[in-house]
Ligand binder design. Sequence first.
Ligand SMILES: *[C@@H]1O[C@H](CO)[C@@H](O)[C@H](O)[C@H]1NC(C)=O
Ligand SMILES: *[C@@H]1O[C@H](CO)[C@@H](O)[C@H](O)[C@H]1NC(C)=O
Ligand SMILES: *[C@@H]1O[C@H](CO)[C@@H](O)[C@H](O)[C@H]1NC(C)=O
Ligand SMILES: [Cu+2]
Length: 334
Amino acid sequence: MTRLYYSLFFALAAVLPSVSAHGYVGSVSIGGTVYAGSMPGHDQGTSPIRTVSTISPVKGATNPDLNCGMDAQLAGIDAPAAPGSNITIQWVGGATGDSKWPHNTGPLMTYMASCDDSCTSFNGSSAGFFKVDQLGQLPSGSGWYQADISQGDSYTFTLPADIAPGAYLIRHEIISLQLANSEGGAEFYPACIQVKISGSGTGTPQSTVTFPGAYSDTDAGILTPNVYNPGFVYDFPGPAISNLAASAQGISPALGAGTFASGTGSTPAATPSGTASATFADPSASSTPSLTSSAVPSASSNAASCKLRASASANSTVNRRSHNRMMRRMRHSS
Ligand SMILES: *[C@@H]1O[C@H](CO)[C@@H](O)[C@H](O)[C@H]1NC(C)=O
Ligand SMILES: *[C@@H]1O[C@H](CO)[C@@H](O)[C@H](O)[C@H]1NC(C)=O
Ligand SMILES: *[C@@H]1O[C@H](CO)[C@@H](O)[C@H](O)[C@H]1NC(C)=O
Ligand SMILES: [Cu+2]
């Protein structure tokens, strides 16, 4: 099934004109439902993805649009989500989302912030964000997970298992570093997704940051003149991974071709089997040097959270190996 959807996606992509420049979050899979995002500059529609005004990047670490993307609008719904469940995000390229994400260098990061009861009227500009995931360079040290996104793959992370119930903003972000050899050159693509988390968890983050506020234009992960040098090791910007973070995350095949074209509105999962098989793990925690250091909770974290993180990383590594084998097969077959 997975292979079929992947091939179908490539077949479609091959006949579509390639559109320039940048992109946006075209769809997200939450609790088995695939929600389409609105095209930038279009009506918000019924989607938990906050609509941005343009596919162009946010520039500058102090730009207010670093919060949720360019002129992001409140979304009308908070998508129901279970703690410990997977969320899969599909980036698309071009103003109408009919091409692939265009960039291949730089990190993918995911933050969350509590909106209290509802995110539908919540302004995130003073929200307290905590980091739940980050993916950077491939374990081989050459190339980036972002390059997989530019092949049409989706990105999956797992909601914290013990997170307290309530409404949360998920702030997923790509940073593209192809112009980051000069200060202010990094391209930020933040995207916010509104969820309502169920359950009876009690977990809260030990510390939070704001956006803007968490980054500076001279951070080692944002001003990167050496990014194309052999042996470059990426240093993620922002805080360390939160004590609340879960383990599994990664890159997966595309979310199914049917979700790309819709401009607005939520789409019931038209391809449930494809979606389900698309979310196998590709966590990057333990074997890449850059991730090992950043994935360890900050020094102030207690021993219990360190232990949890360590066991999660071990399981993630196994999943990634099987994923990489599958990716090789699929690339060869497409
Ligand atoms: C949040 O507040 C800022 C500052 O008042 C404003 O510029 C921005 O548009 C608001 N965002 C939303 C989503 O309402
Ligand atoms: C989440 O994805 C990981 C790998 O990506 C998988 O091992 C796990 O079973 C998934 N969890 C759920 C609840 O689907
Ligand atoms: C990892 O796998 C072990 C053994 O199967 C299991 O006991 C443990 O709970 C798993 N850890 C996570 C975080 O899934
Ligand atoms: Cu771009």
